[in-house]
Design a protein around this ligand. Structure first.
Ligand SMILES: *[C@@H]1O[C@H](CO)[C@@H](O)[C@H](O)[C@H]1NC(C)=O
Ligand SMILES: *[C@@H]1O[C@H](CO)[C@@H](O)[C@H](O)[C@H]1NC(C)=O
Length: 344
């Protein structure tokens, strides 16, 4: 009798303890699948959370919905819409990998009492690096050169392989936030003539530190640059900021580099400009839509380099992004203020 009671009490104790010790549940794109977080980063999340893979969730929502407290958005694979929010009554936070949150309806999410966080700052170096990489690759025909070595059919290098100098060339940076500033810093090492256009002018001391000159008008910047790098955030003001008119203002020898976000560049106008040689070349980290349909005209332009959104895609940066997402989610779940909350 006494023994029985003891066992019963212990079981109750165990169950309570298990419940207290169980990690909070988080819904995430299935690791390693369709643009989900890579498997190698899973332990960083699993250390603090029980992860419910999205694929499993969609087929048995009722088993998980009540206990999910956080949602990890990596890429744009999970659509955070009214239905999803409605089905997760205990959701407290949506943490987004990356800075751009234009795929999230923040007022809608907030209206469910759910916070939204992103991972600013940590992506700056990698994004500025890829901008430089695209500029060099385009100017010096690095991708074309590789393809030539891999598939070459003749011994002759055609004139088309003549690149254009980066050192000493004029670089125009559109958008001088943290990433734009880091681009300038890197370009200074190439002794480029750096101009920038931004809503707000930076203090002179900051301009001098990277050797950048402020342009009051975007027109002036476009007319005078050999390379134009677009680094602005997507907002109603920057939607199709670079259209046919702006492309026409650029030098015919100029290259457009897009490491920005969303539909900042009017892609149809860009195809037209490339085909008609209004500008020399373009180098893009992401396109719209993504991936491009196989028969999209951009893919058959010889003077374009397209990457599958590799901007932040390094081992170190991805790891720090995942850690940052965990920090934000944990803060939100314990009732604290997450360091990177995005307000509508
Ligand atoms: C960028 O890289 C430098 C050099 O490694 C480092 O000091 C700095 O903290 C990095 N910045 C960010 C935002 O990661
Ligand atoms: C510019 O890049 C952004 C993100 O890197 C992408 O979303 C957008 O579609 C790109 N625009 C063009 C014309 O490639």
């Amino acid at each position: 009798m006494t023994v029985c009671l003891l066992i019963k009490r212990n079981m109750w104790f165990c169950r309570t303890l298990c419940f207290i010790m169980e990690k909070p549940w988080v819904l995430a794109t299935t690791f390693g699948r369709r643009g989900g977080i890579y498997q190698c980063f899973a332990p960083l999340i699993e250390k603090h959370f029980t992860v419910i893979p999205y694929d499993k969730f969609v087929v048995r929502k009722e088993d998980f919905a009540d206990r999910i407290q956080a949602l990890i958005v990596w890429g744009v694979n999970i659509k955070v819409d009214h239905d999803l929010l409605q089905s997760l009554p205990n959701l407290k936070v949506v943490v987004n990998g990356g800075v751009g949150v234009d795929h999230l309806d923040i007022p809608l999410i907030n209206s469910f009492g759910v916070k939204v966080c992103n991972t600013p700052h940590v992506v700056d170096n990698a994004t500025a690096d890829i901008g430089m990489g695209l500029m060099l690759a385009s100017a010096r025909n690095i991708v074309k050169g590789h393809n030539y070595c891999e598939f070459r059919e003749s011994e002759d290098l055609s004139e088309a392989f003549l690149g254009t100098d980066v050192s000493g060339a004029a670089l125009g940076i559109i958008g001088m936030g943290r990433i734009g500033y880091k681009v300038a810093k890197r370009a200074q090492g190439f002794e480029m003539k750096i101009r920038y256009y931004n809503r707000n002018r930076r203090p002179e001391s900051e301009e001098n530190a990277v050797g950048a000159t402020y342009c009051k008008s975007m027109e002036e910047l476009l007319q005078r640059s050999d390379f134009v790098m677009v680094v602005v955030n997507l907002s109603p003001q920057t939607h199709k900021l670079i259209g046919a008119k702006e492309l026409a203002m650029m030098k015919p020898s100029a290259t457009l580099i897009n490491i920005s976000r969303g539909l900042v560049v009017d892609q149809d106008a860009l195809v037209d400009a490339l085909q008609k040689k209004v500008i020399r070349a373009a180098a893009l980290d992401v396109t719209y839509p993504e991936p491009l349909p196989r028969d999209h005209p951009l893919l058959s332009c010889p003077n374009v380099i397209i990457l599958p959104h590799l901007g932040t895609h390094t081992l170190e940066t991805s790891k720090v992004m995942v850690e940052r997402m965990v920090t934000n989610a944990l803060a939100a779940l314990t009732g604290g203020q997450p360091p990177d909350e995005v307000k509508a």
